[in-house]
Design a protein around this ligand. Structure first.
Ligand SMILES: Cc1cc2nc3c(=O)[nH]c(=O)nc-3n(C[C@H](O)[C@H](O)[C@H](O)COP(=O)(O)O)c2cc1C
Length: 367
């Protein structure tokens, strides 16, 4: 048995049958109001049953946190029936179902929010074309959002998921609190590095408490983060190592990097000796399992990443070939489909939104 097939048991007792995890990928397939659609169920069903775990697309915990149309919602009890169907679909053949929970913060616009201005830690627009300036959250609104993450976790438990992943990556609200670019506050929630961590600290404590008080066995909590920003000021790897140090002492089940390529090196001169993944793993120092990610395509990639990380997440390879995981487990790399054609889209349940995203991210793999 090789390392990929050895499985892994998390702190809260949940066991994964192998070390491959399907990375969270937004499908843009939910109804306009965030309810799961049948197309979406088919998309997940087609890809589930082989990997140890499947993390869902980001699901928004608060109406004001909607990032785009077609996004999953978990901000009200009325989503529970659809989410239950989604969890049951993923939990095929012992694959574990993890719901990713998030709030978009300033990474949305008033069109998606139907006339409402986006909110963020501070009234600073993101550095992207046509970004709207958000409204600064009040202290009470911050408390309400923390509460909405707890409520979303309760709904994930009720819906039958095996865990939640707190989406602290990809520049959305949680990351916005940690970033000196988007968080210019001078109250308890901003200022120093420690204060910019307060939102994450309270969020992780709140969500893990909900899980531990629920009495439900083997429900896990993971945390995802992006290691660096390019904005000035912005999060640098040094800040992230502080974040990782704090999170490694929390009652979390895993940490999950978000990177386009697992081989990436830091932009900071002080951390050029080895890939970012290595610095993160060293800082965790075996307190928690780490999920590595980014452009994993082959058996060799899986083995290389597992030399450092404990688990490997795979996104685009599984979009293109729904049976990528089994082919890797069977050591049949030569059977893996590596390109996506327009004609395959219907069979593979690739929505317009995902196709558009892939056109900008990996045109070389589209035919
Ligand atoms: C279509 C698409 C949608 C994505 N949506 C999410 C998301 O909802 N949440 C998230 O944390 N990452 C999201 N990502 C990032 C992936 O989880 C992953 O980190 C990234 O694609 C790199 O892995 P890969 O090279 O195996 O695809 C998305 C990526 C793609 C391609």
């Amino acid at each position: 048995m090789n390392i990929v097939e050895t499985g892994l048991t998390f702190k809260r007792g949940l066991h994964l049958k192998n070390r491959i995890v399907i990375a969270p990928m937004t499908t843009k397939m939910s109804f306009f109001d965030g309810v799961v659609t049948n197309d979406e169920i088919e998309y997940y069903g087609l890809r589930s049953g082989e990997a140890g775990a499947f993390i869902t697309a980001a699901a928004n915990v608060h109406e004001g946190g909607k990032g785009w149309d077609g996004e999953l919602g978990v901000y009200d009890d009325r989503f529970i029936p659809g989410l239950s169907k989604l969890a049951a679909t993923i939990k095929k053949n012992h694959t574990k179902a993890i719901l990713q929970i998030f709030h978009a913060g300033r990474m949305t616009d008033s069109k998606v929010l139907q006339g409402v201005q986006p909110v963020a830690p501070s009234a600073v627009a993101a550095e992207r074309p046509d970004a709207q300036t958000p409204r600064e959250l009040t202290g009470q609104e911050i408390i309400d959002i923390l509460e909405s993450f707890k409520q979303a976790t309760k709904r994930a438990i009720q819906a039958g998921f095996d865990g939640v992943e707190i989406h602290g990556a990809n520049t959305y609200l949680i990351q916005q609190f940690f970033s000196p670019h988007s968080n210019r506050r001078t109250d308890d929630w901003g200022g120093s590095l420690e204060k910019r961590f307060k939102f994450i600290n309270d969020l992780v404590d709140g969500v893990t408490e909900v899980v531990d008080q629920s009495g439900v066995k083997e429900f896990i909590v993971g945390y995802r983060f992006s290691p660096e920003e390019y904005e000035e000021p912005g999060i640098r790897l040094n800040d992230t190592l502080f974040l990782v140090e704090q999170l490694s002492n929390k009652p979390l089940d895993y940490l999950h990097l978000s990177m386009p390529n697992y081989r990436n090196h830091s932009v900071s001169d002080a951390f050029k000796d080895k890939p970012i993944l290595d610095y993160i793993k060293e800082t965790i120092n075996d307190r928690l399992p780490l999920i590595g990610v980014g452009d994993v395509r082959s058996q060799e990639d899986v083995e290389t990443i597992l030399n450092t990380a404990d688990l490997v997440a795979v996104g685009r390879s599984v979009l293109i070939d729904p049976h990528w995981t089994q082919k890797i487990l069977d050591k049949e790399d030569h059977l893996i489909r590596t390109e996506l054609s327009h004609y395959d889209r219907e069979d593979l349940r690739i929505s317009n939104g995902v196709w558009g995203f892939l056109e900008s991210m990996m045109p070389e793999r589209l035919k």
